[in-house]
Ligand binder design. Structure first.
Ligand SMILES: [Zn+2]
Length: 69
């Protein structure tokens, strides 16, 4: 999965690709570690969102079954 999005250059504020090694406008090196951490945090968050959705539907399903009886 390709994760290309725009981030702001910490030096000049211009929007550049998160995949860029350095800013094409001012040459500021972009910290790859920060981008990797951001991606990791996003997938971690998404994992919990899916878990919450699953639990929500499980609870809804149990409630429907309880009402049927
Ligand atoms: Zn820049």
């Amino acid at each position: 999965m390709l994760n290309v999005r725009l981030i702001k250059c910490p030096a000049c504020g211009r929007e550049i690709s998160s995949q860029a090694i350095s800013c094409p406008n001012c040459g500021q090196p972009i910290a790859g570690a920060a981008t990797n951490q951001d991606v990791k945090e996003k997938s971690f968050f998404e994992k919990y969102v899916w878990l919450l959705i699953l639990l929500f539907f499980l609870g809804l399903f149990m409630k429907i079954i309880a009402n049927m009886r």
